[in-house]
Design a protein around this ligand. Structure first.
Ligand code: SER
Length: 593
């Protein structure tokens, strides 16, 4: 019997608890106030301040299973292992245990608890680069655990992890370190020599699958480009729930795990096409992945649009629609809504959703968007057939006229052996739309935490703005999101009344008078119930652990928050609200600097 995802979740939880870890709730897939990324892409995202030294309210040993979305993989979807949405099983040491314990425990988890055969497991160890030496301690630990030398591979930049990737790409202040990946070998998969003469764990042919990665966060990039050791040595482990399940079931196709099986069945029913037929496989996988990711994104309050998260949602839904059209020759929006409900919501009911409660809104958003799109899809496909050679500007025109996201046009033209000039496409896009910087590069830059003084100023100012709006507009207002860069802060909120220019001016004055009062900014770690009783503001989309960190700005503002902040409001300087706009029904957005 194949292992279920419920069982794997339970075994991971027990393993972490048996090593004294506390569970931290996952953060929303659309982060509340991460200035640098549109979606949560790894479990460690919420831990950045703590990896850099802030104390965590739940202590030094933590774990969770975090829903993640990584759009950079969007074009790879269709093979048996890549997905845009996945769940990351994570555990963290904030300056307590380090390499030996982490490696030994994970090995025990894989071989004793999950009973993976040792001979099918391979590991990678950091070989060193430029001024950073090889990770001998990790190498020796694996050897002591009984791994043969031909199961331990040494890699350079591939075995270094930071949110920005290799050391050169890390911005100042970003933490990172050597990592050690574990791979499972599917011996039934023949090596494909187009990926290189010899197969090895980091080969992309599909024989080896990376199932977990322990990052030893021990460095921080300095402004001059050098690295210094972090005050505490941390462990950041991430393992793919879907991939570990595939390894336990010894089947290289993650779409056969129960995290996809029900979704695939509902696609088969809607399309009357079989997943087992080779010609349908890749299309069905794309539909399964994209509808799943869309359901999670919609649950986070995002609607299809031409900007930021909404643009990604639109791309996912329209791409799924084109694949469905290819599969069946027609498009039925209702069928895609059914896949969302009978496939995705059934799979995750009571884990991430309440099917009965969530079904209506989620399927409505999907059906509406696909209906909008279905009006132009036939005309668009016909138009594309007519064009012989394509450039980026034409691809943009197709997007403008028919709503075909870039990768759909690319795929149609790939069949004709042509590539679309992405740069030109985005240059056109930029001319027309204020596309977010992350979307315009076609992928997420993965966080790039910016801990500059200005970002801290704006973060604290955001708390002041939240309280000021509450004072001016009343207690019904609720934060919907925020976004902070070195240049400005942005704050989204719910309100049934449109703020008047006088009210906006009043909020601005209040912020500046609180700045002038030179209020101290301090945090306390409190039981959640106590923090709620104090009236500390929280983010309604976020689940909080039993112990929480609350930031106090004098007696003026109290808010659930991980930090970091300025020490005193006088550091902030003057704040000017330079733009406010309505962004949806009862939703408003303020920009200030
Ligand atoms: N942050 C690391 C990763 O994403 C491990 O959690 O691979």
């Amino acid at each position: 019997m194949a292992m279920t995802h419920f069982k794997l979740r339970e075994l991971f939880m027990k393993y972490c608890l048996s090593h004294d870890h506390k569970e931290i709730p996952p953060i929303p897939l659309v982060p509340k106030d991460d200035p640098t990324t549109l979606f949560t892409g790894s479990g460690m995202q919420q831990l950045v301040p703590y990896l850099l030294g802030e104390p965590h309210p739940l202590g030094k040993k933590l774990y969770n299973i975090q829903p993640c979305f990584r759009s950079q993989d969007i074009e790879e979807i269709g093979d048996n292992r890549h997905t845009t949405f996945f769940e990351m099983m994570g555990n963290w040491s904030l300056g307590t245990y380090f390499k030996k314990e982490q490696i030994t425990w994970f090995w025990e988890f894989l071989t004793d608890i999950l009973k993976l055969p040792k001979e099918k497991l391979y590991v990678a160890v950091f070989a060193g680069i430029k001024n950073i030496g090889a990770d001998e301690e990790t190498y020796e630990t694996w050897k002591k655990l009984g791994l043969k030398e031909n199961h331990i591979f040494r890699y350079g930049p591939e075995s270094w992890w930071s949110r920005a990737g290799v050391p050169e790409n890390m911005p100042p202040g970003e933490p990172g370190g050597p990592d050690s990946e574990v791979f499972y070998e599917f011996t039934q998969v023949e090596h494909n020599p187009t990926y290189g003469e010899k197969c090895h764990p980091n080969c992309d042919c599909g024989r080896f699958l990376e199932i977990g990665n322990s990052v030893f966060m021990q460095f921080k990039k300095n402004t001059d480009g050098s690295f210094s050791e972090l005050p505490e040595k941390n462990v950041d482990f991430g393992g793919g729930l879907e991939r570990i399940l595939a390894a336990v079931n010894n089947d290289p196709d993650i779409f056969k795990t129960d995290l996809y099986a029900t979704i695939i069945t509902s696609i088969e029913q809607s399309s009357s096409k079989k997943y087992t037929d080779l010609e349908n496989k890749s299309q069905i996988r794309v539909i399964a992945d994209h509808i799943k990711a869309s359901v999670f994104i919609i649950k986070n309050g995002v609607y299809p649009s031409n900007k930021e998260q909404g643009y990604f949602l639109r791309r996912l839904l329209r791409r799924a629609a084109v694949k469905m059209h290819k599969l069946t020759g027609k498009l039925n929006a209702k069928e895609l809504g059914l896949i969302a409900d009978q496939g995705v919501l059934v799979t995750y009911d009571k884990v991430h959703f309440d099917r009965e409660q969530d079904k209506k809104l989620i399927t409505n958003v999907i059906v509406e968007e696909i209906n909008r799109f279905s009006k132009s899809i036939d005309r668009g496909l016909k138009e594309i057939q007519k064009i012989q050679t394509i450039d980026g500007k034409q691809a943009f025109d197709i997007y403008q006229s028919y709503g075909f996201p870039l990768e759909i046009t690319e795929e149609l033209f790939r069949e004709k052996g042509q590539t679309v000039d992405k740069k030109q496409f985005y240059a056109e896009f930029q001319k027309h739309k204020d596309l977010s910087r992350t979307a315009s590069s076609g992928k997420f830059k993965g966080g790039l935490a910016d801990n500059s003084a200005q970002t801290l100023n704006y973060h604290t100012a955001t708390h002041l703005l939240h309280q000021a709006l509450y004072d001016v507009l009343g207690s019904e207002i609720r934060q919907e999101g925020s976004n902070i860069t070195g240049e400005r802060l942005r704050f989204d909120f719910y309100s049934t009344q449109k703020p008047s220019p006088e009210q906006i001016a009043k909020a601005q004055d209040t912020i500046n008078s609180k700045i002038q009062e030179a209020l101290p900014v301090e945090f306390k770690i409190l039981p959640k119930a106590e923090a709620e009783k104090l009236g500390a503001k929280s983010f309604f989309r976020e689940k909080y652990p039993d112990m929480v960190k609350v930031y106090f700005i004098g007696n003026y503002s109290k808010e659930f928050c991980g930090g970091p902040h300025v020490k005193n409001t006088k550091e902030i300087g003057k704040i000017t609200i330079f733009k406010n706009e309505k962004i949806g029904s009862n939703l408003y957005r303020i920009y200030a600097k």
